[in-house]
Write a protein that binds this ligand. Structure first.
Ligand code: NAD
Length: 504
């Protein structure tokens, strides 16, 4: 394996990024940048070097309360009186501002999360701006329907009914660290399109681009309190937001374990809730697949974002006729990917987000070996600076092993042979998760036969790991509740009111 130096930065840090990191970082409540009630901070790190990047306020329950109060005031104030076209215009301006500040945001994301700066540009900046524009389009297209009813009393009476779609209210958004800015936008953009207001709590590992994004919301002209950010821990700030009675709807992306806690808490006062949770996606490769697509399957399907992707296709099932070729190809390719800082776009294997996550991935690999799976690359430990993990591929894996069942969220793959396609689908479905999956075949019959049998919210064919703002996204089984993206996502942020008028 070629190992680039973790600090092999080829890009100079922009002055705007350096100034932001040198400034006193704050939360945003209303239109105020605030340090928080406690005055306490916590450090965030550059995963490529392990060095501290900045200190960020530790938000408390009091800060959450202030932010929810600001969001309620905005909901009942200027924001609610704006025309949908005004909301749309502000959202389009926000998208422009993201692009105008794109290089700074991309560098900031790479410094804080570790991902390739190419990915930061493409996803965190580019896809986020596109997402806001897509949702801005919906702001002017929210509609109810007229309904004919058959109410028989009193005899001869006539009624006309219709539905109104109304903003659900204050949205509490809690996001993970793997796509920090993009995940924030997946939640905030539809909420704004529907006329809601938001308090967002980003992951403690990666709060920087969300802070900057909320500052840009104010620059775009969104009234004070429409979008607020509270930084801090899940246990304190996240839990306070989840429990706050002024929050009407929770939207969460993160692990299944945390999602269960949030779901149970939401039901205490019947908050509306959507949960986008973990995954353990299978890629089922049939003998007739186009072998030229193996590179895409590995690079985008499995190792996109160094495997720190909820849909990562890390369980590969290869039919007997191609199994050896798949092993040879992936072994050669994955073993030679350059590893190093995301600031050097050459590097395709970037660090894990934190020392804690690095240890988690390393312990998953160690447990795989202990349980008897065969490490093909035998890559061993990385012992330099930064939170890197060398990729590993396991063969001889039993379905019951933890390496097959538990989410690793890193550059660790399994390859398992199959003969009978029905067995492959049964193994693909043998998981508590059901977020994404793919099948790889050139046979239309195989595709149509097996797509319906796969238990996952998204099934790709000859592709993997490619969401789109217009394509519903969410999980079967323990991968979540509800769908993001597309027209249907708006219903997450709207209440439906039936109006029934007795005609004179
Ligand atoms: P996590 O569950 O540890 O944390 C996610 C967020 O929840 C963080 O902001 C954290 O501070 C907060 N949190 C933690 N405990 C909380 C509590 N008790 N109350 C309220 N908030 C709390 O997840 P993570 O490690 O940041 O992210 C990785 C996970 O996210 C993986 O499981 C991955 O599959 C999942 N994910 C899912 C999707 C999807 O769309 N389905 C997308 C990205 C990531």
């Amino acid at each position: 394996m070629q190992i680039a130096r973790p600090d092999s930065a080829v890009e100079k840090i922009l002055p705007g990024v350096a100034d932001f990191l040198d400034s006193q970082l704050t939360m945003v409540i209303g239109d105020q940048k605030v340090a928080g009630e406690s005055g306490q901070t916590f450090p965030v790190f550059n995963p490529a070097t392990g060095q501290k990047l900045a200190d960020v306020p530790s938000g408390t329950a009091q800060d959450v309360d202030k932010a929810v109060t600001a969001a309620q005031a905005a909901l009942n104030g200027e924001w609610s009186n704006m025309l949908p076209a005004d909301r749309q215009r502000m959202m389009l301006k926000l998208a422009d501002l993201i692009e105008a500040n794109g290089e700074e945001l991309a560098q900031l994301e790479t410094l804080n999360n570790g991902k390739s700066v190419m990915m930061s540009r493409l996803i965190e900046v580019g896809a986020s701006a596109d997402y806001i524009r897509y949702m801005a389009g919906w702001a002017t297209k929210i509609e109810g329907s007229t309904i004919d009813v058959s109410i028989p009393v009193p005899p001869g009476a006539k009624y006309q009914a219709y539905t109104r779609k109304e903003p659900v209210g204050v949205v509490g958004a809690i996001t993970p660290w793997n796509f920090p800015l993009n995940m924030a936008v997946w939640k905030i953009a539809p909420a704004l399109a529907c006329g809601c207001t938001v308090v967002i709590k980003p992951a403690e590992e990666t709060p920087l681009t969300t802070i900057r994004f909320v500052e840009l919301c104010l620059e775009a002209g969104l009234p004070a309190g429409v979008v607020n950010v509270i930084t801090g821990s899940g246990a304190e700030a996240g839990a306070a937001l989840t429990a706050h009675p002024g929050v009407n709807k929770l939207t969460f992306t993160g692990s299944t374990e945390t999602g269960k806690i949030i779901g149970v808490q939401a039901m205490q006062d019947m908050k509306r809730v959507t949960l986008e949770l973990g995954g353990k996606a299978p890629m089922v490769m049939f003998d007739d697949m186009d072998m030229d697509q193996l590179g895409i399957a590995a690079g985008i399907g499995a190792l996109f974002n160094t495997g720190q992707t909820c849909c990562a296709g890390t369980r590969i099932y290869a039919q007997k006729g191609i199994y050896d070729k798949v092993c040879d190809f992936l072994g050669g390719m994955v073993g030679s990917l350059p590893m190093g800082s995301g600031l050097d776009p050459v590097n395709q294997i970037n660090p894990m987000v934190s020392a804690k996550h690095q240890n988690h991935v390393k312990s998953c690999i160690a447990r795989g070996v202990e349980q008897g799976a065969k490490p093909m690359l035998n890559a061993g430990d990385y012992d330099g600076e930064g939170f890197f993990v060398k990729p590993e591929i396991f063969t001889d894996v039993d379905q019951k092993m933890s390496i097959m069942q538990d989410e690793v969220f890193g550059p660790v793959l399994t390859i398992t042979p199959f003969e009978d396609p029905d067995d492959a689908i049964a193994m693909a479905n043998d998981t508590r998760y059901g977020l994404g999956a793919s099948i790889w075949t050139t046979n239309l019959n195989t595709m149509h036969r097996y797509v319906p049998q796969i238990e996952a919210g998204t099934v790709w064919v000859n592709a993997h790991n490619l969401p789109d703002q217009n394509m519903p996204f969410g999980g079967y089984k323990q991968s979540g509740v509800g769908r993001e993206h597309g027209r249907a996502a708006l219903d997450n942020y709207l209440e439906t009111k039936s109006v029934c008028i007795a005609l004179g």
